[in-house]
Ligand binder design. Structure first.
Ligand SMILES: Nc1nc2c(ncn2[C@@H]2O[C@H](COP(=O)(O)OP(=O)(O)OP(=O)(O)O)[C@@H](O)[C@H]2O)c(=O)[nH]1
Ligand SMILES: [Mg+2]
Length: 243
C-alpha cells in the first residue's frame, strides 16, 4: 500500500471501495478489505458506472457483494445512487464527526464520486488538525466529512489493469497481451470478426513502413475502445482473469 492510500485509510471511519460495475470482483482490493476489518472500519462497496451494464447483471453482483458489505449502485455520470449512498453512510454508525474515505483502482470514478457527493457544497474545510492542502476534509452533511484525496491502488499486473481500464494503453509496456486476451474472447463470443491482432491491424490500416501490421498500435486502439465501452457487451469471461 502506498503512503497516500494509508493516509486515507487511517484517517477514515468508513471506507468507500469504488468498484467498476462491469467487473466488480476484478476491481476489489482484498488488502483494503482486510485492513477495514482489522481496524473495525465500516466498508461500503460502491458499484460505479452502472449505466454501462444491464440492470440484471448489476443486481446479481449486488446480491453477492451484499453478503460481505453494504453495496450501493452509483452512476456519477447519470447522477444515480448518490442519495442512497449518503443514507447508507449515515446509517452505518452514529459516530460524529464521521470521516469517510474513498479508495479504488485508477479510473473507477473516485474523483467523479467526490464531485457528485460534494457538489456545490465543495468547500475545503479542515476541522481536523494536521491536514495539509490537498488533504482537506469536505463536508458531506452535518458532522460527516469526506477525505478529499482518494486513495489509488495500483496493481502490478499490467494486463489486468489495462482490461479494467486502470491504465492508459499507450503507456503500457506490453499492450499486445491484454489486447490478445480481449480479442480472443470477443471473437469467441461473436462480437468481433477478427481472429488476431494482425487481422485487426490490417482492417484498421495500421501498417508499419514495410507493410507489416502494426500490432502495438492495433492493441492500443482495441483496448482503448474496450475501456470506453464501445466494444464488448459482456464481461463474464473476465472472471477467469482473477488471480
Ligand atoms: N459511463 C460512466 N463513466 C464514468 C462514470 N464515472 C466516471 N466515469 C468516467 O471514468 C473516467 C475516470 O473517472 P475519474 O473520476 O477520473 O476516476 P478516478 O478513479 O478518480 O481516476 P484516477 O484519478 O485516475 O485514479 C472518466 O472518463 C469518467 O468520465 C459513470 O458513472 N459512468
Ligand atoms: Mg482521480
Amino acid at each position: 500500500m502506498n503512503k497516500r492510500l494509508l493516509r486515507v485509510l487511517s484517517s477514515s471511519d468508513i471506507i468507500l471501495e469504488v468498484l467498476d460495475a462491469r467487473f466488480p470482483d476484478l476491481t476489489r482490493i482484498p488488502a483494503i478489505e482486510r485492513y477495514a476489518k482489522k481496524k473495525g472500519k465500516g466498508l461500503i462497496f460502491v458499484l460505479n458506472k452502472v449505466d454501462l451494464v444491464p440492470k440484471e447483471y448489476a443486481e446479481n453482483w449486488k446480491k453477492l457483494l451484499q453478503k460481505e458489505a453494504p453495496t450501493v449502485f452509483v452512476s456519477t455520470k447519470k447522477r444515480w445512487g448518490t442519495r442512497i449512498l449518503r443514507k447508507t453512510i449515515r446509517g452505518l454508525t452514529e459516530k460524529r464527526p464521521l470521516y469517510v474515505g474513498i479508495v479504488g483502482y485508477p479510473n473507477v470514478g473516485k474523483s467523479s464520486l467526490v464531485n457528485v457527493l460534494v457538489g456545490r457544497h465543495a468547500a475545503g474545510v479542515s476541522p481536523k488538525p494536521g491536514f495539509t492542502r490537498g488533504e482537506q476534509l469536505l463536508k458531506l452533511s452535518k458532522g460527516v466529512y469526506l477525505v478529499d484525496t482518494p486513495g489509488v491502488v495500483d496493481s502490478k499486473d499490467e494486463t489486468l489493469l489495462l482490461l479494467v481500464g486502470g491504465k492508459d494503453p499507450s503507456r503500457a509496456k506490453h499492450p499486445e497481451l491484454a489486447a490478445h486476451v480481449l480479442l480472443t474472447n470477443l471473437h469467441a463470443m461473436g462480437e468481433l470478426p477478427f481472429k488476431d491482432l494482425e487481422e485487426y491491424a490490417q482492417h484498421k490500416g495500421f501498417l508499419m513502413k514495410g507493410g507489416e501490421p502494426d500490432t502495438r498500435r492495433a492493441a492500443i486502439d482495441l483496448i482503448r475502445r474496450f475501456q470506453r465501452g464501445e466494444i464488448g457487451k459482456s464481461y463474464e469471461w473476465m472472471k477467469e482473469l482473477k488471480v
